[in-house]
Design a protein around this ligand. Structure first.
Ligand code: GLU
Length: 482
């Protein structure tokens, strides 16, 4: 397997997304690994928009790619290259390939090609161009061009040659050129195919290392042939195994979210997402699991990339995201949660002070896995009236009278001087002790009275946030229910 040791040349990597939809988790990992490798070698990370397939172009997708990369703070060096603006360059090199005898004009019509494919299918042969235009004479080509016949340019794949290259992850790859199709290089609309554009741009952008998804591995021999035909040195290849869903198949929309923007919208922090994604295909070989981008730049190792696909584990991502959330300051987390609260509670939120909102968020901070969770867990704090079944109030384990317990708790609460979590805890613990109650007997009805829920934070925390007046109001309402 090819090992990458320190390089004397300037490292230049790139991300080359096609603007055909959302930026996916897999695309983000490709970007990240290319970024990390370039930066740890003091090199450049470049961006190229591969928009030559006009049938799959999605308006706005390019802008989204920029937006998502900016969100995760992966900065690219230089202006992005946009392929659709470079048609003349591709055409120039295409001409060079024809002149050198490495490409040829193909005038086959779509109907002819369909027929060819059907016949191959019938004979159980792999679908491949049969080369019928390879040997059209120059004169004939000239006359067909003159009469404006539609054409494409194809790669003149050499016969029976071994094409080989070293892949950092997959090792030595060897293919017989007879198994390589006469790939279309330039389409009838004058646009290059991916295969032509990719090698020209990687050469012109002086890309030294290509890290990309494993789905491009079968295309690489074609690229090697093109590099050879143009007399260029090919870059180092490093194909990344797919990220897998829980079903061990390639991660896809069917198995859950795959678009980076969906994760952003749900309230994953960019640092946490990057941290988690870095571990999908690489690990440092130690127990360390939390990495800043700078630490990743230092520790990422292209030679330690895994050969098998990593499974995307949402629980692990949630866990890492939760750790990042807990590190946020009170002010920052409140700011970040506010849009979710506004979306859920709308104008009603105006009835609460900034300080109150901040204390609700601070209480939840410990438990949040993602920012959007703030909406499901805070309903009890932003309502005037709790709606719950009185049957929830009594402590189930020992038959005590919930009404009596709440009546005594109410008296005790009225006497609390320091209305803080600690002050409440102290007073109520005293009360429990003196009345020979268990914690469950005393605190369960109180917690339900304050939250209206079967599961919630503890009664001291809730009461401290709600304040004395609202807490007592809720206890009274509970007593009335019983
Ligand atoms: N445009 C290709 C993609 O979106 C890039 C392949 C490559 O990196 O060469 O996957």
């Amino acid at each position: 397997m090819k090992r990458i040791t320190h390089t004397t040349i300037e490292v230049r990597t790139r991300m080359a997304p096609s603007p055909t939809g959302m930026l996916h988790i897999g695309g983000l990992r490709t970007a990240l690994y290319n970024y990390l490798f370039a930066k740890q070698n003091g090199g450049d990370f470049l961006l190229r928009i591969e928009d030559t397939d006009r049938t799959r172009f999605v308006p706005g997708a390019t802008e989204k790619i920029y937006e998502m990369l900016a969100w995760v703070k992966l900065k690219f060096d230089d202006e992005p290259i946009v392929q659709s603006k470079r048609l003349e360059i591709y055409q120039k090199y295409a001409q060079q390939l024809i002149d050198g005898g490495h490409a040829y004009y193909c005038f086959c019509t779509p109907e002819e090609l369909t027929k060819m494919r059907e016949e191959q299918e019938k004979k159980k042969l792999p679908p491949r161009y049969d080369g019928r235009c390879r040997n059209i004479t120059q004169n004939e080509v000239a006359s067909r061009l003159k009469s404006n016949k539609s054409y494409v340019l194809r790669l003149k794949t050499p016969k029976n040659q071994t094409v080989e290259f070293d892949d950092v992850v997959y090792g030595k790859i060897k293919v017989n050129s007879n198994d390589i199709d006469d790939q279309v290089l330039l389409k009838s609309d004058g646009f290059p195919t991916y295969h032509l554009a990719v090698i020209i741009d990687d050469h012109e952008m002086k890309i030294t290392h290509i890290m990309r998804g494993e789905e491009w591995l079968p295309s690489t021999p074609k690229h090697i042939l093109l590099y050879e035909a143009l007399g260029w040195q090919s870059p180092v290849y490093c194909h990344l195994p797919n990220i897998l869903g829980a079903n061990k198949k390639k991660l896809s929309k069917r198995t859950g979210d795959v678009s980076v923007e969906d994760f952003k919208n749900k309230g994953y922090l960019p640092e946490a997402l990057i941290n988690y994604i870095a571990l999908l295909g690489w690990n440092p070989g130690t127990e360390q699991e939390i990495f800043s981008l700078d630490q990743l730049i230092k520790q990422f190792d292209i030679n330690k990339l895994h050969k098998s696909g990593a499974i995307f584990d949402i629980k692990k991502l949630n866990d890492i995201n939760g750790q990042y959330i807990r590190k946020l300051s009170k002010q920052k987390i409140t700011e970040m949660c506010l849009p979710y609260l506004v979306e859920t509670y709308g104008d009603a939120l105006q009835n609460y002070s900034d300080e109150y909102i901040a204390s609700v968020v601070a209480l939840e901070q410990e438990r949040l896995k993602k920012l959007s969770d703030i909406t499901s867990s805070t309903k009890l704090f932003f309502t005037n009236e709790l709606d719950y079944d009185a049957k929830l109030l009594p402590w189930k384990k020992t038959p005590t009278n919930a009404k009596e317990t709440l009546l005594s708790a109410q008296t005790v609460l009225m006497s609390v001087k320091k209305w803080t979590k600690e002050g409440l805890e102290e007073t109520l613990t005293d009360f429990i002790f003196h009345n020979k109650l268990t914690h469950g007997e005393a605190l369960w009805p109180l917690r339900v009275a304050l939250s209206g829920q079967e599961n919630s934070p503890g009664p001291f925390e809730i009461a401290a946030v709600l304040g004395k007046e609202e807490s007592l109001k809720r206890v009274r309402a509970a007593i009335d229910k019983l």
